[in-house]
Design a protein around this ligand. Structure first.
Ligand code: DC
Length: 226
């Protein structure tokens, strides 16, 4: 019998593994909320750039980390993100933000602020939530009911990403992805690593539908057994 207890799902992995598409689809299919934590780090990075903060200076970032008000809408059919009331869904995907997000998200004060937001959203999701990111299963929600770590070869990830960004060269996308992975994995606070108890799914040779089905099955099993 299904219990009323909401299920919390953590989906971590680097970009280009199908993390966002999978997480959104699973949440929509199962009537759950959805949170893109990368969008939150991108949003705080956008705010820093917009306000002329020197993003090469961690102490300058730390000093203002508490200022921006970041609000995430968690409907998987139309997730939203605003900073101080401004819709930043478009601006957070620019190269300018992408190139700076690893530096900003490495600052402990930024991570503490964003982690608090994430825990609060997860805790208030009455119908359960799928949270995607880099440190969800390890740091943000270590007690998540289902933990998945998505991987794919660098080539497959670059090909998917440059397809999404239309017309962008695959080799430069691959180099940029690997550079960002290395920066995220090498940071001191909450480095990007797989949680010991996460199920690793290599998506290189899987279709998106197959990955979604795999995660939906895991969540349904968890719901049934809870
Ligand atoms: O998933 P994404 O590419 O939108 O994430 C952007 C950056 O945000 C990524 O390079 C690392 C950072 N990030 C993080 O440090 N922790 C998370 N939980 C999610 C993203």
């Amino acid at each position: 019998m299904e219990s009323a207890q909401p299920v919390v799902v953590a989906i971590d992995g680097p970009s280009g593994t199908g993390k966002s598409s999978t997480s959104k689809a699973v949440a929509a299919q199962l009537g759950m909320s959805y949170l893109d934590t990368g969008a939150q780090y991108r949003a705080i990075t956008w705010w820093m750039v917009h306000h002329g903060i020197d993003v090469t200076d961690p102490s300058a970032i730390a000093a203002v980390a508490g200022k921006p008000e970041i609000v995430s809408g968690t409907d998987p059919a139309g997730p939203t993100i605003t900073v101080d009331g401004v819709d930043v869904a478009g601006p957070i995907r620019t190269d300018e933000v992408t190139a700076r997000v690893s530096a900003v998200s490495a600052v402990p004060e930024v991570r503490a602020r964003i982690t608090e937001l994430q825990r609060s959203l997860a805790g208030s999701a009455a119908r359960g939530i799928v949270v995607e990111g880099r440190d969800i299963g390890t740091t943000v929600l270590p007690d998540a009911d289902v933990k998945v770590f998505l991987t794919a070869s660098a080539e497959a990830r670059a090909a998917r990403r440059s397809g999404e960004l239309q017309g962008v060269d695959v080799h430069s996308t691959r180099d940029a992805l690997l550079k960002r992975d290395a920066a995220d994995a090498g940071r001191k606070t909450s480095p990007f690593v797989k949680a010991g108890d996460a199920l690793e799914v290599d998506t290189t040779d899987l279709t998106l539908a197959q990955v979604i089905e795999c995660v939906v099955t895991l969540v349904e099993e968890k719901r049934a057994g809870k």
